[in-house]
Design a binder for this molecule. Structure first.
Ligand SMILES: [Zn+2]
Length: 306
């Protein structure tokens, strides 16, 4: 599905980076394969895409896509989300991901704490006490548990991104602070629903605040399988662009990143989702320069896209 170049909003995609695409295989349907995602991004003139996968280190798919389709000019990168089936929150899983690929530059660009296997999300999903017991969380005292500090040091040594995963705003602030202490200079947080003060604290610590198209969409209104056979609606339901724009302003365009978080079958393919998101940002009075900052310059800086 390639859209004509004169479709409204396509100009925002030229040279842009969508760092959050769920095109790898999944338990439920996908709108595109990894190769289709790359071809469609190339047709839109995009510079890079980042693959997200709750089941394995997506740097492998990215390296394979680059070997096969690198001539199209889209840089494809991936990383590890430390969900249990991907190895869990372990130093061994992180270490392997930071070395895995088809040679220099193809290993994981980010190491992420779990998305759904966190205390924060699992509680909202109504998981069992036994399940909750195994999930990642940062206690109220703010002390980041082992082995995360060790993993942060590995990430810092590899000059990769530490991604705080789907934790609460309070936990993300604590993680951003610990990451900074451990020498991490690239921190990614998922701020679509965080309180304004938490977002300000994260960017003051040097983190980037990512905002996604997904929470603005109908995909929040139905239950979906995310990491196992259980279906859950996205916590918090559907947001408006005005609610999100207030949070983006709190981060400031200088530290905000816009991504599609698409790939699931119920949403448009990633390029179309990204285009619609840019038009919503435009409708919320972000200028073309601000949109360029948030969909090109900031993700390029964070993920070391040349
Ligand atoms: Zn996602």
């Amino acid at each position: 599905m390639n859209l004509p170049a004169n479709t409204p909003g396509m100009q925002y995609l030229v040279g842009a980076i969508d760092c959050h695409i769920h095109a790898p295989p999944h338990l439920n349907g996908r709108s595109v394969t990894v190769f289709e995602a790359v071809r469609q991004a190339a047709a839109a003139g995009m510079r890079a895409i980042g693959l997200m996968d709750n089941f394995c280190n997506s740097a492998g798919y990215a390296a394979l896509a680059m070997a096969e389709l690198g001539h199209l000019g889209v840089e494809v990168f991936g990383g590890l989300i430390m969900q249990p089936v991907a190895g869990g929150v372990t130093a061994a899983a992180a270490r392997a991901a930071l070395g895995y690929g088809y040679g220099p530059g193809t290993a994981a660009r980010f190491i992420s704490l779990p998305t759904h296997h966190t205390r924060f999300v699992s509680q909202k999903e109504g998981r069992s006490p036994a399940y909750l017991e195994t999930t990642f969380w940062v206690p109220e005292n703010g002390v980041v548990p082992d082995p995360v500090p060790e993993i942060m040091e590995m990430v810092a040594a590899a000059d990769a991104v530490f991604d705080c995963g789907h934790v609460s705003g309070r936990e993300a602030v604590a993680l951003a602070a610990e990451a900074k202490r451990r020498g991490v200079t690239r921190v990614r947080t998922h701020c679509s629903r965080y309180a304004l003060d938490d977002i300000r604290a994260i960017v003051d610590l040097g983190g980037y605040a990512e905002f996604c198209f997904f929470p603005l969409t109908h995909a929040t209104t139905v239950a979906l399988t995310h990491v196992d056979q259980e279906k859950h609606k996205t916590m918090g339901g559907r947001m408006t662009i005005d609610e999100m724009a207030e949070r983006i302003r709190a981060a400031s365009p200088a530290r905000a990143i816009l991504s599609s978080d698409s790939g699931v079958y119920i949403l448009p393919p990633p390029v179309e989702a990204f285009r619609e998101f840019m038009l919503l940002a435009e409708a919320a009075d972000f200028t073309p320069a601000e949109i360029h900052q948030m969909n090109t310059i900031n993700p390029a800086t964070l993920f070391r896209v040349a």
